[in-house]
Design a binder for this molecule. Structure first.
Ligand code: HAM
Length: 436
C-alpha cells in the first residue's frame, strides 16, 4: 500500500520551502529592524503549562500523551506560555522591557480546513515588562510592518483593534455579570461567524437577561473610535478604559500607519489570558481567518511563576499558513531563482578529472556548480544544463586543456566565449551579474 503523511501536516517540496524561507527571512528582518532578539524553547512541554491558562479551546486541541517516564506531555500548541516561563526563570537578570521574537513550529489537533492545519509556524513578537500603551502601539506597528515588508498595503490588510478592559466595562455597564464575562466574550468572538438568533438563544440558555443579551450584541457591533467613544460616554469605568485604545491609535497614526487600523469591538481573541488591548490582522479581500493575533496578557507571568514574578506582557503570533496563501493569491510569492550558476561539461572521458578539479575550485569560490554524474555525450550534458536552468555551461575538451582555456556559454543569451582557465572565477563573477 502507498504510504501517506498525516492529515494536516505538510511536506515542503523545494518550491514550497522557497516560500517558507522567504516568509521566515522577512519575519526575521523586520523583527531585527524593531530591535527584537531571537529565542526558542522546547517543542515538547509539560501538559500543565497550558491547562487552565490558555483556555478550553486550545486544550482540546493538544497533541498530548504520556512519555516513557509517565509524564503528561504535549507538543507545544503556542509559544506564549513557554516564553512567560522562560522570562520568569530569569526575570531578575533580564533587562526590561524584554523585546524577544521566535519562529516556532506549533501543533494543534484542529479540523483541517483552509488556513487551518495541524502544524504551522508562527512569528511571535513579545514585549515583557512594560505597561505603557506605547508598547501596544509598538507591537501593532511591528505586525503591520511585517505585512508591509511582504508587499501588502492598506487596501490589502487591516488591523482590527479592541481592548478587553473597555469591552468588560461596556458589558458590565449593560447588565452582564462579572462571572458571565467569559461566555459574553465567546459570543462577541462569534458574532461575525454565527447566526444572530442562534447566539441570542445560546446566551439566554446560559442565563443572560434579555437586556444583557442585547448589550452583548450591540457592543460587538461597535466599529470606529467615534462609536466606541459614544458607547463609553456615561458608562461607569468605560471612559477611563477607553484611554489606552485612544493612545494606541494615536501613536500608530504618528508612525504613518493609521490607515491600516480600525477599532473593532468584535475582536476579543480566543485565548483566555488576554487582559487589555487585543488585535488581529486580516486580509481585506479573501474571507480567510486572521493572519495574526495578539494582545496584552499582564497576568500570565504571575500565574506561571506561582506569584513570584509579576510583569506586564504583550505580544502577537503571525502564522505562515494564511500568510502563504495570501502571498500566492496576490502574486507576491518569490519566483524560484536559478539554483545553478555553472554546469560543467566534459567533452571526452579524459576531461572528467579536470571537470572535477574545476568544480571543486568553483564551489570553494561560492558558485553553485553541477555536472553530470555519469558519462554522457556533450549534447546530453548541455541539455541537462538547460533543464537545470543553469546560468552558464562551461565546457572542457582536449583543445581547451591544451590551450589552458575553457569555453563558457551563457544560457540566457546564447553568447559564447573562450576564457583563460585561471581567469574563469573573475569572468563569472562579473559576467553572471551582467547576464542576469
Ligand atoms: P492564535 O490566535 O492562536 O494566537 O494564533 C495566531 C495566528 O497563528 C492565527 O491568527 C493564525 O494565522 C495562526 N494559526 C493558529 N492556529 C493555526 C492552525 N491550526 N493552522 C494554521 N495557522 C494557525 C496565539 O497563538 C498567541 N499565543 C499569540 C500571542 C503571542 N499572543 C501574545 N503573544
Amino acid at each position: 500500500m502507498q504510504q501517506q503523511g498525516l492529515p494536516g501536516f505538510r511536506e515542503f517540496f523545494p518550491d514550497d520551502l522557497a516560500l517558507r524561507n522567504h516568509i521566515f527571512a522577512t519575519w526575521r528582518a523586520v523583527a531585527q529592524r524593531y530591535a527584537f532578539e531571537e529565542y526558542d524553547g522546547p517543542p515538547l512541554e509539560p501538559l500543565e503549562l497550558y491547562t487552565g491558562k490558555s483556555g478550553e479551546e486550545i486544550v482540546e486541541q493538544l497533541y498530548a500523551f504520556k512519555d516513557k517516564g509517565d509524564r503528561d506531555v504535549t507538543l507545544r500548541p503556542e509559544m506564549t506560555p513557554t516564553l512567560a516561563r522562560m522570562v520568569s526563570e530569569r526575570a531578575q537578570a533580564l533587562k526590561k522591557p524584554i523585546r524577544w521574537f521566535s519562529v516556532p513550529q506549533l501543533f494543534r489537533y484542529e479540523r483541517q480546513q483552509r488556513g487551518r492545519l495541524r502544524e504551522h509556524f508562527q512569528l511571535n513578537m513579545d514585549i515583557i515588562g512594560e505597561a505603557s500603551p506605547l508598547a501596544d502601539a509598538e507591537l501593532l506597528a511591528a505586525g503591520i510592518d511585517v505585512l508591509r515588508a511582504f508587499g501588502f498595503g492598506p487596501g490589502d490588510v487591516r488591523a482590527r483593534v479592541s481592548d478587553r478592559r473597555l469591552l468588560r466595562a461596556l458589558l458590565e455597564g449593560g447588565g452582564v455579570k462579572a462571572a458571565a464575562l467569559p461566555a459574553a466574550y465567546a459570543a462577541v468572538d462569534k458574532v461575525e461567524r454565527e447566526d444572530k438568533k442562534k447566539l441570542e438563544a445560546q446566551l439566554a440558555k446560559a442565563g443572560f437577561s434579555a437586556g444583557a443579551v442585547k448589550t452583548v450584541l450591540e457592543v460587538a457591533q461597535i466599529r470606529g473610535l467615534d462609536a466606541a467613544k459614544a458607547a463609553a460616554r456615561g458608562v461607569g469605568g468605560a471612559e477611563a478604559a477607553l484611554a489606552p485604545l485612544l493612545e494606541v491609535t494615536e501613536r500608530v497614526q504618528a508612525m504613518g500607519l493609521g490607515e491600516f487600523v480600525q477599532v473593532d469591538l468584535s475582536i476579543v481573541r480566543g485565548l483566555a489570558y488576554y487582559t487589555g488591548i487585543v488585535f488581529e490582522l486580516f486580509s481585506t479581500q479573501e474571507g480567510l481567518r486572521a493572519i495574526c493575533g495578539g494582545g496584552r496578557y499582564d497576568g500570565l507571568l504571575k500565574v506561571l511563576s506561582g506569584g513570584s514574578v509579576d510583569l506586564p506582557a504583550l505580544g502577537f503570533g503571525m502564522g505562515d499558513v494564511v500568510l502563504g496563501e495570501l502571498l500566492k493569491a496576490r502574486g507576491l510569492a518569490p519566483k524560484a531563482a536559478s539554483r545553478v550558476d555553472v554546469f560543467l561539461v566534459a567533452i571526452g572521458a579524459d576531461d572528467v578529472g579536470p571537470v572535477l578539479t574545476l568544480a571543486h575550485r568553483l564551489r570553494e569560490a561560492g558558485f553553485a556548480t553541477e555536472y553530470s554524474l555519469k558519462p554522457e555525450s556533450p549534447r546530453k550534458q548541455l541539455e541537462r544544463a538547460g533543464g537545470r536552468q543553469a546560468r552558464c555551461a562551461v565546457s572542457i575538451g582536449p583543445e581547451e586543456r591544451a590551450a589552458g582555456t575553457v569555453r563558457v556559454r551563457f544560457l540566457g543569451t546564447g553568447q559564447e566565449e573562450q576564457v583563460a582557465e585561471a581567469m574563469l572565477d573573475d569572468v563569472l563573477r562579473t559576467k553572471l551579474e551582467a547576464h542576469g
